[in-house]
Design a protein. Sequence first.
Length: 144
Amino acid sequence: MEKLVIRKLKKEDAPEIARINSVITKSPPKDEFRRTIKELAQSPGNVSYVAEHNGKVVGYMISYLLFGGFGIGKSAWIATLGVEPKFMGQGIGKALAKKIFDFHSKKGIKSFYTSVRWDSTDLLSFFKTLGFDRSNFINLKKEM
């Protein structure tokens, strides 16, 4: 895609990321989500990227590091991602993932994880194209 720029997340990107997330989830933007994005942008150990087209944020991928969690070594996790619906299917998600993989790989990270709902076939398919497969983890949940 021409005029696509992948760059590190800045705290000023939070409103646009929240807007894209809101469009995808069909729910109003949440202040807590915006605050979390701003915090991640300022956290030196975590790396996240946005995709800009003609100077406008059209996609994002948020990652973080986990050290020694439940029997795995240092690993990178993709927490969330989103692409403006009219730009989906144009390689933006793959471009964002490549930047994240390259960054963490240069730091010696060999394991990448994410968590996807079993019925999110579009996301499962996307992550399969990136080389992801089932891990040895089972997601557990407790409601309060």
